[in-house]
Write a protein that binds this ligand. Structure first.
Ligand code: FAD
Length: 428
């Protein structure tokens, strides 16, 4: 008899086994610390998306110097899923759990469905990413991973960087700070104070249902047909099978919302949209996040020989919060430059995206109630592939013109004028 993790017989309940069981990733032995190194070529702070990606690309660029990765966590849990449009190859794209050629948006009583086989929307679970990255970097034999070791600080002096943890001090020629941007951290607070800031707060449930209710061919990027009283809100649905999905409740607002309220709102959504009562599904896991959408200029050079990447290095696209692909691009370029002994380019975005994103962010803050309509016009007025290229910073002038053409002109011009005059905006 097959049982699910609640102990129920699968045949009785109708629940299929989970696509992902969320077991922590096994760390390859080759990464275990043995003899104390005196000095490293590179010390990487944080074994998350940016830290592991940067290490992967360093090795890809032929670096043979000893590399040390430090992280305060003690294991690699299945703590998130990364979605991105596959507009260019990444070493991790093939590990995707699921890809969709079709995605939809619901707003103002209309549903817009886009299709493109050219740029699939891929979903990578954290365990698949960690597993693949750790296995690859363990193959070279020059990388050491120290888990359970929190970094307290670093100091650059005389061409060396000294990294202090609670256990030791490590010396390196180069340091990558990929410690993320946790709410409350100094950089997070400074960016929130100084720049235009739209929070993206979300909680998602990975669930399996008793009956088939999802269409696994189409994912829902934004469903705005939910209560908007507390701020701009949508539901995001990634259907893995007819009975399994990640369903996320997302606020693009400084709404005070507890995890219990998120769960309650999701239960309401599942009930009203899919006819599911809580007895009709099992929750296998939960993921939560806070991605700041901001035009803050995150410094990417933090001192001599010290660089930042990932969310700490401005890896999140200001107007969307998408971070994964940008982090891949930047880490690959930074690693290639450092490996070749070149001065790395640490500039943030192409200027035109910076300008468009700054205007869009301001619009979201000033007119949140108009945003569902704006997204609807954007999705209805711009062909799928042009939209993907814009969202992934691969657009040409024609794509950008289409996008601008689909926007309501007057309010955006007003907001653009305020952006030029740098008028202070209300904090929400
Ligand atoms: C639940 C969730 C879902 C997301 N989904 C998407 C998505 O679909 N698409 C997308 O593009 N982006 C997504 N993001 C945003 C972004 O891609 C991720 O947050 C990504 O992991 C950021 O990478 P990072 O390397 O900056 O930080 P992280 O991956 O969070 O890594 C930071 C690492 O630093 C370690 N650390 C922190 N402080 C210290 C310290 N003092 N000493 C030692 N180690 C430390 C942490 O333990 C962690 O391992 C999501 C984020 C979350 C939270």
């Amino acid at each position: 008899m097959r049982r699910d993790e609640t102990g129920d017989d699968v045949r009785e309940t109708g629940y299929e086994p989970s696509l992902r069981r969320g077991t922590p990733v096994r760390v390859p032995e080759a990464l275990a610390p043995n003899a104390e190194e005196e000095e490293y070529g590179y010390v990487i702070l944080g074994a998350g998306c940016a830290g592991l990606s940067f290490c992967y690309y360093l090795l890809e660029a032929g670096v043979e110097d000893p590399v040390l990765i430090l992280d305060q966590k003690t294991s690699f849990a299945d703590d998130r899923t990364w979605c991105f449009w596959d507009v260019e190859p990444t070493p991790f794209s093939r590990s995707a759990t699921k890809s969709w050629g079709s995605w939809s948006l619901h707003a103002e009583g209309r549903t817009i469905v886009h299709r493109t086989e050219r740029y699939p929307y891929r979903c990578l679970t954290a365990v698949d990413f960690y597993e693949h990255a750790l296995k690859s970097i363990a193959e070279r034999g020059n990388v050491t991973l120290r888990l359970g070791e929190a970094v307290e600080g670093y100091k650059a002096h005389g061409g060396r960087v000294y990294v202090r943890t609670e256990a030791a001090t490590y010396t390196a020629r180069h340091v990558l700070d990929g410690r993320g941007l946790p709410p409350g951290s100094p950089v997070f607070e400074e960016a929130r104070r100084e720049a235009v800031w739209v929070p993206q707060k979300f909680l998602g449930l990975r669930l399996r249902t008793r009956k088939p209710v999802f269409d696994p061919r189409v994912c829902t990027l934004m469903d705005f047909s939910v209560a908007q009283e507390r701020g701009l809100r949508f539901v995001y649905v990634l259907p893995f099978t007819e009975r399994e999905a990640l369903v996320e409740n997302v606020y693009l607002a400084e709404a005070r919302i507890s995890p219990e309220e998120h769960r309650r709102e999701l239960a309401e959504y599942l009930g009203s949209r899919l006819g599911l009562s809580p007895e009709d599904y099992v929750v296998d896991g939960e993921e939560r996040g806070y991605i700041p959408m901001t035009d803050y200029r995150f410094p990417r050079r933090l001192g001599e020989g010290v660089y930042s990447a990932g969310m700490l290095g401005g890896g999140s696209r200001p107007s969307t919060g998408y971070t994964f692909l940008r982090t891949q691009r930047y880490c690959r370029a930074l690693a290639a430059d450092l490996a070749a002994g070149r001065e790395p380019s640490v500039k943030l975005d192409a200027r035109r995206y910076g300008v468009l994103d700054a205007v869009f962010l301001r619009f979201m803050l000033l007119y949140p109630e108009r945003c569902p309509g704006v997204y609807r016009r954007m999705f209805a007025g711009v062909p799928a592939e042009a939209l993907v290229r814009f969202l992934t910073e691969k657009s040409g002038a024609g794509d950008d013109l289409r996008l601008v053409g689909a926007m309501p002109k007057l309010p955006f011009l007003g907001v653009a004028a305020r952006a030029v005059l740098n008028t202070r905006l209300p904090k929400r």
